[in-house]
Design a binder for this molecule. Structure first.
Ligand code: HEC
Ligand code: HEC
Ligand code: HEC
Ligand code: HEC
Ligand code: HEC
Ligand code: HEC
Ligand code: HEC
Ligand code: HEC
Length: 246
């Protein structure tokens, strides 16, 4: 049986293509592009030549065992030190040569705790603009053992709105009765026995007055004689959210 002419020509074309492909594959393309083992060893060399930046999650506990032990029992036990303090291998090798970053800004914590509907339900999240605005998170939460402080809720049953507002303010930790003397009867028959309310600038000065003895250290101070002198303090600061909105 005769092979048709066109099939022979086609066979020649295919033969030439196969030959060219083999030449290209084994002669023209360098081995470094085709050999996986060469590729592997070159990449490993390149990557391991880069300077190491992370000391690793166990390096810090040698010297900071108190903090490491505290964190190991806390809500933050799964977090690496350098996740917040930035890569710190220089510091771990020689503490006096470099200091790690201390992330006091709110954005570090917001990375994980700012409200985001895609986070799992039950993960502790906050609204960044209303949750104690303008304050560093670590003034109220120890970053190495973050327990939400206990907010007094003694009057929340009837004054829930005020209680919730205050819980996210810098007055979060003050009890209602620091500022309102509430008779026991107010809790059962509220309108027959109203609590007291602060009635003078002097009241707030007991904690915020500059140069006064016995004021709490954490309370920021103002000069009572000049600061907003012609008005009562709560004409400018809502006492249940004194810092106002940013
Ligand atoms: C070889 C011991 C050693 C190791 C390892 C070490 N530190 Fe330190 N660290 C120190 C010393 C010493 C200080 C200085 C304390 C001081 O000045 O009061 C310090 C201070 C710090 C500070 C405070 C810096 C400042 O500005 O006050 C931070 C934060 C810190 N270390 C984080 C880390 C982290 C994170 C690691 C792990 C990657 C680590 N350290 C590993 C010894 C060490
Ligand atoms: C969730 C973030 C976070 C993690 C995780 C974290 N830190 Fe901190 N760390 C902070 C913040 C914020 C401060 C500053 C606290 C303040 O305002 O006083 C701080 C302060 C420090 C300080 C200096 C002040 C002090 O308290 O003595 C050291 C030292 C330190 N951290 C070490 C560590 C070590 C070691 C680890 C891991 C075992 C670690 N941190 C894990 C956020 C973190
Ligand atoms: C890398 C992510 C991450 C960062 C950054 C981070 N946290 Fe957390 N935080 C967590 C995880 C995970 C938990 C534990 C959640 C759980 O148990 O469901 C937690 C728990 C908490 C809780 C306990 C809430 C509760 O359920 O009672 C507080 C408060 C908290 N973090 C505050 C902070 C503060 C303040 C900072 C910044 C200094 C911070 N976190 C930074 C991941 C993070
Ligand atoms: C002035 C004090 C204060 C500051 C500043 C503060 N918090 Fe809080 N935080 C609280 C109090 C009080 C609670 C508990 C509120 C409650 O029980 O209603 C709380 C609760 C939380 C919780 C738990 C929420 C939950 O649903 O379980 C997280 C997470 C948290 N704060 C993170 C942060 C972060 C992140 C920052 C900084 C951006 C911050 N906090 C700043 C006082 C503060
Ligand atoms: C059983 C519900 C209830 C409880 C519990 C309660 N209150 Fe009240 N409170 C009321 C009602 C109702 C009024 C409003 C009275 C009115 O408007 O005439 C009120 C009014 C007030 C006022 C305003 C008084 C005024 O002169 O305007 C203050 C301050 C106050 N409560 C503080 C507190 C404090 C502090 C507590 C917790 C120790 C508390 N209350 C617990 C129901 C309650
Ligand atoms: C730092 C002091 C302070 C604390 C803490 C405080 N209050 Fe007040 N409260 C005031 C002042 C000041 C006023 C306003 C007095 C005025 O307007 O004459 C006020 C007013 C009120 C009023 C009257 C209605 C209103 O909103 O003005 C109620 C009700 C009240 N407070 C309840 C509470 C409850 C409940 C708590 C605790 C969750 C609380 N307060 C905590 C200082 C405080
Ligand atoms: C028992 C003490 C106490 C009393 C009384 C008190 N405060 Fe405060 N106040 C504090 C503390 C403590 C803080 C700061 C909390 C923190 O930073 O963690 C604060 C914070 C503030 C701030 C926020 C400052 C800022 O920018 O962060 C203002 C404003 C303020 N108070 C106003 C008042 C006014 C107005 C009164 C009177 C109605 C008052 N306070 C009564 C303890 C007190
Ligand atoms: C006329 C309005 C006005 C009055 C009245 C007023 N304040 Fe202020 N206060 C402000 C403003 C605005 C700020 C923020 C700007 C600043 O720091 O001066 C402020 C800031 C503050 C701060 C924060 C200071 C800091 O360093 O963070 C405190 C605390 C404070 N006031 C307490 C008081 C007390 C207590 C009274 C009553 C004795 C009072 N204020 C009366 C307007 C007022």
């Amino acid at each position: 049986m005769r092979i048709p002419e066109q099939v022979k020509r086609l066979a020649i074309v295919i033969g030439v293509l196969v030959a060219l492909t083999l030449v290209a594959r084994f002669v023209l393309i360098p081995r470094s592009l085709t050999s996986t083992s060469l590729h592997w060893s070159l990449t490993t060399q390149r990557e391991s030549a880069k300077p190491v930046k992370f000391a690793g999650s166990t390096a810090c506990q040698d010297c900071h065992d108190d903090i490491a032990a505290k964190k190991a029992k806390s809500f933050h036990r799964v977090l690496a030190c350098e996740g917040c303090h930035a890569p710190s291998v220089k510091h771990a090798e020689d503490p006096s040569a470099a200091k790690p970053v201390i992330p006091r800004d709110r954005t570090t914590c917001a990375r994980c705790h700012a409200y985001d509907p895609s986070r799992p339900t039950g993960f502790p999240q906050i609204n960044l603009t209303t949750h104690n605005p303008l304050k560093s998170c670590s003034t109220c939460h120890n970053p190495h053992d973050p327990v939400p402080p206990k907010v007094p809720k003694e009057c929340a049953a009837c004054h829930a709105q005020i209680e919730r507002t205050k819980a996210v303010s810098s007055h979060a930790l003050l009890t209602c009765t620091t500022c309102h003397k509430a008779p026991e009867r107010h809790k059962t028959a509220p309108r027959t026995a109203l609590p007291s309310k602060p009635d003078s600038r002097e009241f707030c000065a007991t904690c915020h007055g500059q140069g006064r003895a016995g004021t709490p250290k954490e309370a920021p101070k103002v000069d009572i004689a000049t600061h907003g002198a012609r008005n009562l303090c709560w004409e400018c600061h809502y006492p249940h959210l004194p810092e106002g909105r940013p």
